[in-house]
Design a protein around this ligand. Sequence first.
Ligand code: A3D
Length: 320
Amino acid sequence: MARPKIALIGAGQIGGTLAHLAALKELGDVVMFDIAEGVPQGKALDIAESGPAGKFDATLTGTQDYADIAGADVCIVTAGVARKPGMSRDDLLGINLKVMKSVGEGIAQHAPDAFVICITNPLDAMVWALREFSGLPTEKVCGMAGVLDSARFRHFLATEFNVSMKDVTAFVLGGHGDTMVPLVRYSTVGGIPLPDLVKMGWTTQDKLDAIVQRTRDGGAEIVGLLKTGSAFYAPATSAIEMAESYLKDQKRVLPCAAYVDGAYGLDGFYVGVPTVIGAGGVERVVEISMNKEEQAMFDSSVKAVKGLVDACKAIDGSLS
Ligand code: A3D
């Protein structure tokens, strides 16, 4: 049986890391597309040459021609520009919207059966626009943000509790931005919800609040340190987890920016929610119950995303 084909649209910091991880995990053959001539070719060759020492079999190629992504099973989109210090994710909207148009059209023409994972920021608006421009089924287009935001939350919690990250589960909902909603009630250490751990005296409410805020600011913390770009190792690893769940029909329960129609009182809208990802793409949106405070935070996050979608519509009249 032929290996799956993974197309990476954008061969920058995240694109290069995605290619390396996909190869190391032998998820399939990798095609890297980027408008920067030589960059995808150079990265593909460099990673391919690591194959003997890295002990993997995968073909890696780079291209400036969308025809080379033909028949891709998965497309992961990072094309566009990333944040620099002082910029918000929303500052990227105008530039990256144009990029989503060309990417969406390229995927529609050459890889219409692919499962598409968007990473380009501002995430929730860009995944919506990419779906509109590509015309692909909504369950086959989603955005990576929740896995990353939850991973950051889990990392900070595991460090605070001095336990394995494997035993910490966490939920982060809503848009990928300052309004994201880390759901403390649904986050656990060894199955024990965080509020119970505060009652048990394992941590304090103040420390927990600080962790929640650090999670919200997780992207900006890395931008502030790197100064020349944004995070790429953790974002790439998160998207690979989603791609693997699709390719291997693992049916993992993962938070992602999914098209929500009916659940959460939304009618046809992309926002971060828990989902099941399997061979059918986003096979299910899991609707959890929220208390008043959580619902208010979720609503304000949805409102922020709606504002960005409206801004996209104002810029490009073809989006309705
Ligand atoms: P970067 O290293 O700049 O790579 C972007 C690549 O896109 C560059 O190689 C460009 O040449 C290429 N590119 C630009 N325009 C096009 C085009 N029209 N077609 C094809 N390729 C093009 O950025 P990065 O890899 O660090 O980040 C990529 C995106 O991911 C940015 O928008 C970031 O803001 C975003 N990001 C999202 C998250 C989430 O959690 C959602 C996290 C981190 C970064």
